[in-house]
Design a protein around this ligand. Structure first.
Ligand code: HSE
Length: 403
């Protein structure tokens, strides 16, 4: 069998991981022939010949011997330019760049169709867990009700260290960076945007609907405080950063990213460290749970290798659900129960709760638990981003669920 010749963009944590797994996977019949990097002189932990690296993208994009491009750089604009150029030339691409994909998916789908080529990106969402291809192929029916889970390894790692090991937040974040889980700008991880981008991609493959990232309520963990952790411990729950897309009726679905109080009976309660966990709920099969490493060099590289192998067999996403007759529409007109901790901001005056269940006021911190429309959280997101506020979802929305 002829070896598939790969041009690789990016030789950081994931890029070097791909180099390693391709060397290890003899049956892949794949070979990295050129690697484009920003800095040729940067030290790297794998051994390679002097002709491998280039800093000129054209050496890959204009090379007629290259069959497939793998793109794992962490700059979304540069990634967009490489991927759109490659697809326009009919070159198939495997990418892990969730920000770029989530922001541009309609155009990227169109480019694949017009140029009769493929963009595969299972590695973009949940590292080693094959969530995209499963949603696309196995769950190709309209019985899917919900996809919910922990989609970001770094924030989960930080919360685990803080919650279970009493480590300081900043030290846990530094460690997530050292271990290569965090984005180069870790605010993407801790403010929930990395989870959001993955959720946008998942929603296209789960329900066949593209929602713009800016239309989705996203709240991260950066303002979590000892008092929140104390409160959660007292209640016997953990705080996890959870992303979810949920059908709320036959006609509508909703989606959001928010810290959540997770009860011990839920599958995701035991998803710790850099692991991700995804619960898929459907009309006929109740729940299924996928668990695995969501970040890191080799787990992500293994997912890239799987896409490379799939492409050997001409696999492409068909986006079948986007042409379903009855696709649900996105709504934010749903009521959530949230915990909001605050010190200086006057949360009960700012947020239009329809019902307040619990309120606590003390010298150093206050909280309120109340019911509020998701659309109102979106309307007040600027106020909610104040550093003295932390917000978490209390999942009573579907009280009969056990995920
Ligand atoms: N920064 C990401 C995470 C890497 O922590 O999950 C994997 O997408």
């Amino acid at each position: 069998m002829e070896k598939i010749k790969i041009g690789l963009f990016g030789f950081g944590v994931v890029g070097q991981g791909i180099y390693r797994v391709i060397q290890r996977a003899k049956n892949a019949h794949a070979e990295i022939v050129r690697v484009c990097v920003r800095d040729l002189s940067k030290p790297r932990s794998v051994e390679f010949g002097p002709e491998l690296l280039t800093d000129n993208p054209d050496d890959i994009l204009d090379n007629p011997d290259i069959d497939l491009i793998v793109e794992v750089i962490d700059n979304a604009d540069a990634s967009y330019s490489i991927v759109t150029r490659a697809l326009s030339k009919g070159i198939p691409v495997v990418s892990g760049n969730k920000a770029m994909i989530a922001r541009n998916l309609p155009e990227l789908i169109d480019l694949q169709r017009r140029n009769n080529t493929a963009l595969l990106y299972d590695a973009s969402s949940c590292g080693s867990i094959p969530v995209i291809r499963n949603l696309e192929e196995y769950y190709d029916n309209d019985l899917l009700l919900e996809v919910k889970g922990i989609l970001n390894g770094s924030s989960n790692y930080i919360l685990s260290r803080v919650f279970d090991h009493n480590e300081p937040y900043d030290a846990a974040l530094r460690r997530a960076q050292e271990l290569g889980f965090a984005e180069s700008d870790p605010s993407f991880d801790i403010e929930g945007f990395d989870s959001l981008f993955k959720l946008i991609i998942i929603t296209v493959h789960a329900l066949g609907v593209y929602v713009k990232p800016e239309d989705v309520f996203t709240y991260g963990i950066s303002t979590i405080h000892d008092s929140d952790i104390r409160y959660a411990r007292e209640k016997g729950v953990k705080i996890k950063l959870v992303a979810q897309v949920v059908k709320v009726s036959d006609e509508y679905f909703t989606m959001f990213v928010m810290p959540e109080f997770v009860f011990p009976s839920r599958y995701i309660y035991s998803v710790d460290d850099e692991y991700n966990g995804v619960v898929i709920r459907g009309e006929c099969y109740d729940r299924q749970f996928m668990f695995g490493k969501g970040a890191g060099s080799l787990p992500t590289a293994s997912s890239i290798l799987s896409d490379i192998m799939a492409r050997r067999h001409d696999y492409r996403y068909e986006y079948k659900k986007m042409s379903y007759l009855d696709r649900p529409a996105y709504t934010t007109d749903i009521t959530l129960r949230v915990y909001v901790r605050y010190t200086v901001s006057n949360i009960p005056a700012i947020l239009p709760f329809s019902h307040i269940h619990e309120q606590y006021i003390s010298a150093d911190s206050n909280y309120v638990i109340g019911d509020i429309k998701l659309s109102d959280l979106i309307r007040h997101r600027a106020a909610l981003s104040a550093p003295d506020i932390f917000l978490a979802d209390i999942p009573t929305f579907f009280t009969d669920r056990d995920d």
